[in-house]
Design a binder for this molecule. Structure first.
Ligand code: URA
Ligand code: ZN
Length: 361
């Protein structure tokens, strides 16, 4: 008898709802969308050092196109998140109303496909902690919401900002999982004078993961997980480089005189390894079994969740319309390569973990 195909859940999949696209089109500084003379499609310019940008079509904003993509790749359920840079750039006075509108919009889009679409909410980070807390609580009213997506700068000063404590407290109380996603990368200078010749490769392949790694390390070092031990952070791109560098991070902590003198190396201290197994979930968007193995070893197979990063990384070949996306098949191949015939483990990563952690009915 043919075995039933596994439930595949995509927890790393983005959308820019039409209202957000309008907002980007109305702007003339980063982030924005522009249509240059001679270009057939508008271009999205969102990254700090980006000049030419990337073509943006309706696959970025159309919910029907999202479901088409899911069907093409046998994805049963998607958990949509607003794509970067979320609402980070909005003036404080506009952010809370915009968050409500965008969150309501994405929730309504998900309702068009019952059982297939869920979503993450976005916070009005530029409006400060009280506004964020209000939205954290209001998200409960939206039926398809299963967590919150957040950038590494949070309310502007990072995840170790003391002002974030109110927000972490509310998030913990409401039981939301936070999907931490990069956007800002590393300072442009590190890419060198020839950066312009290398397309988006360096900021996306290396800047993004380092940004995530530093952000979560700062959060850990500042003691957020000690104060809020039930928080669950889902880290994009398999934790950046955290699984690979956790040993070095721990060693640097254990050899740090300042931390020792501040009494931070006491018995019973929760190590980064423990945080990885109790407070961190990792997505499986790493495109190779080598990185995936490190993620499993660091966090455990029950904490790894499949994703695609759609609609970013479309095929660049001539037959792009017909092809399955390489960015998806590389990630499913990594799961197959790592787990081989072990259906229990591969099905956990492909869908079951997401169903459980994000309470997808
Ligand atoms: N590029 C982005 O700007 N965001 C993503 O999520 C992926 C690629
Ligand atoms: Zn992404």
């Amino acid at each position: 008898m043919a075995s039933k195909s596994p439930t595949i859940v995509d927890i790393h999949t983005h959308i820019y709802p039409p209202k957000y696209v309008e907002l980007l089109k109305s702007r003339t500084t980063v982030p924005y969308i522009r249509q240059l003379p001679g270009q057939t499609v508008p271009h999205l310019i969102i990254l700090p050092q980006e000049t030419i940008g990337r073509p943006i079509g309706d696959e970025f904003s159309s919910i029907a196109r999202k479901v088409e993509f899911m069907d093409k790749h046998n994805i049963s359920i998607s958990v949509l998140s607003l794509a970067n840079p979320w609402l980070d750039f909005l003036p404080a006075s506009e952010a809370e109303a915009a968050a409500k509108e965008i969150n309501d919009d994405i929730d309504a889009m998900c309702k068009l496909y019952p059982g297939r679409l869920y979503c993450l909410g976005t916070l009005p980070v530029s409006a400060g902690a009280k506004a964020c807390v209000r939205e954290v609580k209001r998200l409960r009213e939206l039926q398809q919401i299963r967590g919150i997506v957040m950038g590494t700068t949070a309310m502007g000063r990072g995840l170790d900002d003391e002002a974030m404590e109110q927000v972490w407290g509310a998030i913990q109380e409401e039981g939301w999982t936070v999907f931490l996603h990069p956007h800002y990368g590393l300072p442009g200078g590190v890419y060198g004078e020839r950066a312009g010749e290398y397309g988006h490769v360096l900021p996306l392949a290396l800047g993004f993961p380092m940004e995530t790694t530093i952000a979560i390390a700062r959060m850990f070092l500042s003691g957020v997980f000690d104060k809020f031990p039930k928080l669950q952070l889902l880290l994009a791109h398999s934790g950046g480089t955290l699984p690979f560098l956790a040993g070095r991070l721990e060693s640097c902590i254990l050899h740090d005189k300042q931390l020792k003198e501040a009494g931070k190396l006491h018995q019973g201290r929760r190590t980064v390894w423990e945080i990885l197994k109790t407070n961190v979930l990792l997505d499986a968007v790493i495109y190779s079994s080598v990185g995936l193995r490190a993620a499993v070893e660091a966090g455990g197979v029950d904490r790894l969740l499949f994703g695609t990063d759609h609609p970013f990384f479309p095929p660049v070949g001539e037959k792009a319309e017909e092809e399955k996306w390489l960015s998806v098949t590389l990630n499913s191949k990594a799961v197959a390569d790592l787990f081989g015939e072990d259906q229990e483990k591969s099905q956990a990563v492909l869908g079951r973990n997401a169903m459980r952690w994000l309470k997808l009915d």
